[in-house]
Write a protein that binds this ligand. Structure first.
Ligand SMILES: Nc1ncnc2c1ncn2[C@@H]1O[C@H](COP(=O)(O)OP(=O)(O)O)[C@@H](O)[C@H]1O
Ligand SMILES: [Mg+2]
Length: 326
């Protein structure tokens, strides 16, 4: 299950992603945690110290390797150089699975031990101004999008992405790559304005979007969120002393997380799990092609000097039934 946490900076995306990841790990589920936020803080939120976080291998710096691996023997992709962030898999491409070892994880994933289990952490690496451009060939979130587009994940295994809700994710297809998108919103006008923008983009693509109210202090906050996002409000989270202790450098055992937060995390998982029945790999594959054509004509063809639409394999549908290419 592919799950994104999006929202305004400071809303609590990283905090809630990290709690959700800890919750899944404690339940024994296989988890890949990906930090694609402009502010790279997921590592520290999962308990890494500064030095460990700084030493994490960055996906953005390993794009050529990622592209070369995923391309496999796909004859429609002449070289890694002609592979852009939206290049879809086809016959011959290598696919990724949550539970496997592969050269992409070897190069980019760092095991993080949490109470109850170990997760794989992957980070895009810190962003520069050039990364925030819509067309960027070297786009760091592009590394994540490529991996998501080549991933065949099943039930009870999770990829959790801490992500910025920026123009980058809307211009590419990134925002359509998830089974569930949790929009973290504080009960403020700015908090809900990000929701409205996201909802607008999401509408045409069948994106499943649920709002997680964060730093909610009482019924007035809940009423405010309800008034602005209606039934999209899934759950609210209040101030967590557990989170505060962690930020003081005194990480408590995960078992001691407050009951209310624990209940909220169970609701997030139940809501994400329920989307499994709604999966449609054909639509998912069609959307990849749609965004690839868009990116090809708007900048990719010019940038690579190739007709990138020819990379789309019309007979290929990504699905769990596909066996991994060797
Ligand atoms: N539910 C919460 N309880 C306590 N502190 C929180 C909570 N949610 C967020 N915070 C704090 O608010 C700050 C911003 O949260 P963060 O998760 O980093 O936001 P974002 O990733 O959206 O920029 C952090 O210091 C974080 O610890
Ligand atoms: Mg963050």
């Amino acid at each position: 299950m592919k799950i994104a946490f999006v929202g305004k900076g400071g809303s609590g995306k990283t905090t809630l992603s990290s709690l959700f990841i800890r919750h899944l790990a404690a339940a024994g589920a296989p988890v890949i945690a990906i930090d694609a936020d402009i502010n790279q803080h997921l590592g520290p939120a999962l308990g890494l110290d500064e030095d460990e976080a700084a030493a994490l291998p960055a996906m953005g710096e390993r794009l050529p390797m990622i592209k070369d691996y995923l391309r496999g023997t796909n004859p429609r992709i002449a070289s890694p150089e002609t592979m852009i962030k939206t290049t879809p898999p086809g016959e011959g491409s290598r696919l990724l699975r949550v539970r496997e070892d592969n050269p992409v994880y070897d190069a980019c994933a760092h095991p993080v031990e949490l109470d109850g289990g170990t997760v794989r952490l992957m980070v895009t690496g810190s962003f520069t101004d050039a990364d925030l451009g819509v067309a960027c060939y070297h786009s760091k979130t592009g590394a994540v999008e490529l991996c998501l587009n080549h991933l065949v994940d099943g039930r009870d295994e999770y990829v959790v992405v801490d992500m910025t809700a920026g123009s980058d994710s809307f211009a590419s297809g990134m925002f359509t790559r998830f089974d569930m998108t949790f929009l973290v919103a504080e009960p403020t006008r700015k908090g809900v304005s990000v929701y409205r923008q996201y909802k607008e983009y999401a509408r045409d693509y069948g994106v499943i979007l649920r709002v997680v109210g964060n730093k909610v202090q009482g019924t007035d906050d809940i009423d405010f969120l309800r008034a602005h996002v209606g039934d999209d409000l899934l759950v609210t989270v209040g101030h967590s002393d557990w989170v505060r202790s962690m930020e003081k450098g005194r990480p408590p055992r995960f078992e001691s997380l407050e009951d209310a937060s624990r209940r909220s995390l169970r609701m997030l998982q139940a809501a994400a799990d329920a989307t499994y029945e709604l999966r449609d790999w054909e639509r998912y594959t069609r959307q990849m092609a749609h965004f690839h054509r868009k990116n090809a004509t708007s900048w990719g063809n010019e940038r690579t000097g190739a007709d990138l639409a020819a990379q789309i394999d019309p007979g290929f549908v990504l699905s769990e039934a596909l066996t991994a290419a060797v």
